[in-house]
Design a protein around this ligand. Structure first.
Ligand code: ADP
Ligand code: MG
Length: 250
């Protein structure tokens, strides 16, 4: 579903991604671990067109994203094509990013109506179904500020699902939450995993990674250092840098 090949990205003199290769298969959950500053967020952002890559290529469901070096040539997708592709790639941010002036239901209905041109009633019905799925049926008419962080993040997940994405990207979805609210958000993500949603999740929650991930990827200094099934990477890491990181996080 997602292929990343030889991706490089620099911000000025700082090379943040140094040739990243990654494959996410349809229906699988890939968890990305790695120290702060290793390029995890930048990698997710390139997959969602929030950053352009300098070299290499990324495809989602067989469609090329952004630039690639092809026989020495770089080419760029048109803005309209970028927007079309982005509707298929859900993104859940650390800090929720809900529309604060809209109710919960309106947050879920906005993009399906304005981007996908869904009829309002159909979008409404779908949104209510999604709210039920994340356990927030009773909050449809609330505003984000009236919700806990955990509830807001569950709304953000429902909002991402409302566009029926091919893949969902999560960037530290529980890092901004009080500890007692982490579980309810992870439970929603686990439920999505059970139903075969393709997901790429950056998180430091190792218990979650062990339970839910099909593949765990360890990134350090802009590159994938090690990847494999959770049992291998978490319990028996090959690379000293993976071992050092896990020793700090456990
Ligand atoms: P992680 O998510 O693993 O903590 P990031 O991808 O956020 O890492 O950042 C990797 C490096 O890139 C960091 O050194 C960060 O400061 C730098 N960086 C990220 N975004 C930008 C930007 N827009 N401009 C300049 N530097 C950036
Ligand atoms: Mg980050």
């Amino acid at each position: 579903m997602v292929e990343v090949r030889g991706v490089h990205k620099s911000f000025g003199p700082l090379e943040v991604l140094r040739g990243v290769d990654l494959t996410v298969r349809a229906g699988e959950v890939t968890v990305i671990l790695g120290p702060s500053g290793s390029g995890k967020s930048t990698l997710l952002r390139t997959i969602n067109h929030l950053e352009k890559v300098d070299r290499g290529w990324i495809s989602v469901d067989g469609e090329l994203i952004g630039y690639r070096g092809h026989r020495g040539k770089l080419y760029e997708l048109k803005e309209k094509e970028v927007l079309r592709q982005r509707t298929h790639i859900g993104f859940v941010f650390q800090d929720f990013n809900l529309f604060t002036h809209l109710t919960v239901l309106e947050n879920l209905v906005e993009a399906p109506v304005s981007v996908l041109r869904r009829p309002r009633e159909a979008a409404d019905a779908a949104a209510r179904g999604l709210l039920e799925r994340v356990g927030l049926s009773d909050k449809a008419d609330a505003y984000p500020r009236q919700l806990s962080g955990g509830q807001q993040q569950r709304v953000a997940i429902a909002r991402a699902l409302a566009l029926e994405p091919k893949v969902l990207l999560f960037d530290e979805p529980t890092s901004a939450l009080d500890p007692e609210l982490v579980g309810e958000v992870l439970d929603v993500i686990k439920d999505l995993a059970r139903t075969g949603t393709t997901m790429l999740v950056v998180t430091h929650e190792l218990g979650f990674a062990r339970e839910v991930a099909d593949t765990v990827v360890f990134m350090d200094d802009g590159a994938v250092v090690e990847q494999g099934p959770p049992g291998a990477v978490l319990d028996d890491p090959l690379h000293p840098r993976t071992r050092a990181f896990l020793a700090k996080v456990w």
